[in-house]
Design a protein around this ligand. Structure first.
Ligand SMILES: [Zn+2]
Length: 289
């Protein structure tokens, strides 16, 4: 339970023996709760049947019935090559066609960050108030991994851990709606709907600043300082907003000036033949003059 959320191949999992009625319903309920509370993530592999049956203290037919029911409801999926996995059940904030619309909208991109800024400020305040020792351990471990990636200049890993860190803060809020809404938000990010994280991590100055901001956020949560955590989260996303805006404006300037250069060259090319033609005309008129 103290393992960071990168849990796709976990051997240890928090399954408890079913004490009361070892029925398939009881088994399903326990797995459902682990998914709902954000303990099990989409893509996490469940232990093998024999192992899981032993841990839950139920017979394998009962376990199989439960897994079949969960699979039928789209909560888990069995994959080729064996194994049961938590299905990709992140809620989508928007339906597919709407995603296409907002992906092309600059305002939607800005609104996305504004939404995250305020919601994550609340999540951070809740996390500071409610985080358990296990939550703090998870956050600290993700942050150490982030520091290591930063030290190795592994930007892709650092950017991925950034999202994992924010997700863990959402989980430490212990609010089920918060956990799933934020996960859906990060899903849009992972799909590259709004902006590319590599753009944000493309500048070394930004990377240092982002790491310092994450450190501040972590220490406020660990210290249980809700207001400090709220401000730290808000300032962090505001920084991301400002950086991306500056990046976009620089991009727009680059685009405009390259168009200007193109037009400049077109103009230069267009005026050359005219001059030649003028000369030719002059040449034509010369003999008669
Ligand atoms: Zn961040």
């Amino acid at each position: 339970m103290t393992t960071p959320s990168k849990a796709h191949n976990l051997i240890f999992m928090p399954f408890q023996p079913i004490k009361s009625r070892p029925t398939a319903d009881e088994v399903s309920r326990q797995i459902e709760l682990l998914i709902l509370e954000g303990v099990l993530h989409p893509g996490d592999r469940l232990p093998g049947e024999r192992d899981l049956a032993a841990r839950l203290d139920v017979s394998r037919p009962v376990l199989r019935e439960a897994l079949k029911g969960l699979e039928g409801r789209g909560l888990i999926e069995s994959r080729h090559g064996g194994g049961n996995y938590v299905a990709p059940i992140e809620g989508t904030l928007f339906a597919g066609p709407v995603i296409d619309l907002i992906a092309g909208s600059q305002k939607a991109g800005a609104d996305y960050l504004e939404f995250r800024r305020e919601v994550e400020a609340t999540a951070a305040a809740m996390a500071a108030a409610r985080a358990t020792e296990s939550d703090r351990t998870i956050l600290a471990r993700i942050f150490s991994a982030m520091e290591a990636a930063h030290g190795e200049a592994d930007f892709r890993r650092e950017a991925a851990l950034d999202v994992e860190f924010h997700q863990a803060i959402g989980e430490a809020s212990h609010n089920i709606v918060m956990i799933h809404v934020l996960r859906a938000c990060y899903r849009l990010l992972a799909d590259g709907v709004f902006y590319s994280r590599s753009r944000l991590y493309g500048h070394s100055g930004s990377r240092d600043e982002l790491l310092a901001q994450h450190r501040g956020l972590l220490s406020a949560i660990v210290a249980g300082q809700s207001d400090v955590a709220r401000q730290a989260a808000r300032a962090h996303i505001a920084y991301v907003e400002a950086s991306l805006k500056a990046d976009m404006e620089a991009g727009a300037r680059a685009e405009i000036s390259s168009l200007r250069l193109l037009q400049f060259e077109e103009r230069a090319a267009a005026t050359r033949p005219i001059r030649k033609k003028d000369n030719a005309t002059d040449g034509d008129t010369e003999p008669s003059g």
